[in-house]
Write a protein that binds this ligand. Structure first.
Ligand code: PDD
Length: 278
């Protein structure tokens, strides 16, 4: 695989990052994951806009114009012959002597790599639906900034797998915030319910697209917090992300959701999303 590191396209085993990089030492870095379907980037402008916002919230500039970032994404897709999968982009504040104060004038680090995921669109998990366990949300308070502080979500998904489930939803003050790396939804009486935007969750690019498609399909949408009990009593549940698209949820903490198979609204939204992204 060819990866992009600070201006160069290099084989992955020749890519180098400083041990003083603040992404490594402080998780002082932001990232984006953009889906790739049939060799095309899904919703790139929205990812670039969120990236700009994450950077600005942390007092970091955009390291290059959006058009140049897009060109690097496309070049990596071409060089790696990527048909289906994702591109990961990380921007760090750069390398500097270890100091808790943001350094001035460090040169930002920019890294991109591709990950091929054959069968992403036609995923068996989407036909079967995934099983969720819930856990307390112990992440930091600015989840709207897409930082690389992913240890807690990583622990959570690992714990979910160890319990025989597929992923975890996190709960704060009695309400579901989101999944470890996706936004969470339930459907009751044909109304889609998902947490409102704020600092408690990441503002998903797939979320925005799916809510727009839901409204175009005349489905009602309520953006508000919901409890685990409400989710367990729902007709359907699902998650969305750039790497899962729309993924039906069929079980929460051992309770079957609806019929225990992917619901019609989640299934339909997945179809519409994939159709519009190709
Ligand atoms: N995760 N919530 C969290 C905490 C996430 O990490 C993600 C994305 C989402 C969905 O956002 P979007 O629709 O823009 O992908 C919600 C990516 C895919 C990841 O970390 O791999």
């Amino acid at each position: 695989r060819t990866v992009y590191v600070n201006g160069d396209y290099v084989p992955e085993d020749q890519a180098k990052i400083s041990v003083f990089d603040r992404g490594f030492l402080f998780a002082d870095a932001v990232y984006e994951v953009t889906g790739v379907l049939e060799g095309k980037l899904v919703d790139f402008p929205a990812h670039a806009a969120r990236l700009a916002r994450s950077l600005s919230e942390l007092d970091m500039p955009m390291p290059m114009p959006e058009a140049d970032l897009l060109a690097i994404h496309r070049e990596l897709v071409t060089r790696n012959g990527l048909e289906e999968g994702m591109i990961y982009l990380q921007i760090t504040r750069g390398a500097a002597d270890r100091d808790f104060v943001f350094p001035k004038g460090a040169e930002q680090g920019v890294v991109l790599f591709t990950q091929s995921v054959p069968g992403l669109a036609d995923a068996p998990a989407a036909r079967r639906g995934i099983r969720i366990v819930t856990l307390p949300d112990r992440r930091w308070g600015r989840r709207d900034i897409k930082t690389v502080q992913l240890l807690y979500p990583s622990m959570g998904k690992t714990a979910a797998k160890a319990q025989g489930a597929d992923d975890a939803w996190m709960v704060e003050d009695g309400h579901v915030t989101e999944g470890t790396s996706n936004n969470a939804y339930i459907v009751k009486d044909r109304t889609i319910i998902t947490r409102h935007l704020g600092e408690e969750i990441l503002h998903g690019i797939t979320r925005a697209a799916v809510l727009r498609m839901a409204e175009e399909a005349q489905l009602k949408v309520e953006e508000r917090p919901f409890t685990v009990a409400e989710a367990q009593a729902a007709d359907e549940a699902f998650v969305t992300s750039a790497s899962a698209f729309v993924m039906p949820v069929v079980e929460i903490d051992g309770t079957r959701i609806g019929s225990g198979t992917p619901g019609p609204i989640a299934t339909r939204l997945r179809e519409i999303y994939l159709e519009e992204s190709r």
